[in-house]
Design a protein around this ligand. Sequence first.
Ligand code: NAP
Length: 283
Amino acid sequence: MAHIISGKEIASSVRAQIAEKGRLFTERTGVVPGLAVVIVGEDPASKVYVRNKKKGCEEVGFYSEVHELPEDITQERLMSELESINKNPKIHGILVQLPLPRHLDEKAVIDFIPPEKDVDAFHPVNTGKIMIGNYDFLPCTPAGVMKMLEYENIDVTGKNCVVIGRSNIVGKPMAMLLLHSNGTVTICHSKTKNLADITSKADILVSSVGKAKFVTADMVKEGAVVIDVGMNRDENGKLCGDVAFDEVAEKASAITPVPGGVGVMTITMLLQNTLKAAEIAVK
Ligand code: NAP
């Protein structure tokens, strides 16, 4: 049976470090790190994520504001809200919860957030910096995965790493971070042929597909480390990842559960990025 990598345990230890660093930062500068989260519309999953982000800020002693905007807001009105948030000296990090309703231009919103306040690291300047390995912010989910590997003393150097999924938010930056850590990285997607042949050679397998029970035991190498980024609902409406947990846990050496795995790490890394944004602001 695989060792279960507890996101909860790691997040709690990392959050304690962030809280302490934040406390020292405020003592030195008089500035409390501040995060603004903008949510448009009533999507229940997005509302839960936003609530957890606010709770996370409270836990580490950061200031936070949640801006709840109506579903039918115009692009112009949204941009003017962002402009006023951007002028607020208490706010160092700005995050717009995605996806936005379809009538809004997501790209314009991402481009508007100044790179030095872009705690999600979605701005083209920040994604470019990740590519060259010289970054201030890392996207929270891949950064959370790297933190988990580090905490578990899992050395990536020379390992065969396979990432399933190539989104800008998870798959691509995940692959880049594994590469920066000297892994030999393969990215798979919906057009990949012979997926199981590729995944079953992975020493470290990261799944970010968004399909319940997608990764089965026959796709996994004996002794592999399996990281499950997926957040799905099973046939009973229960939260689950991409990985058929019970059967894969029999074969892997270590595995992340869902819930209690990557998800809690994502918010933890957002708190780290908020502190970083405050540090940049007072430089
Ligand atoms: P996404 O944009 O929908 O990307 C899914 C990726 O999976 C795509 O690259 C797609 O390939 C690939 N894919 C789909 N079907 C496949 C198949 N049959 N074989 C191989 N690859 C396949 O999703 P995302 O935003 O990256 O999120 C992925 C999952 O992670 C979701 O469940 C999401 O909820 C979860 N998530 C969790 C966290 C967290 O904090 N734990 C954070 C973010 C996301 P193509 O590019 O070819 O279409």
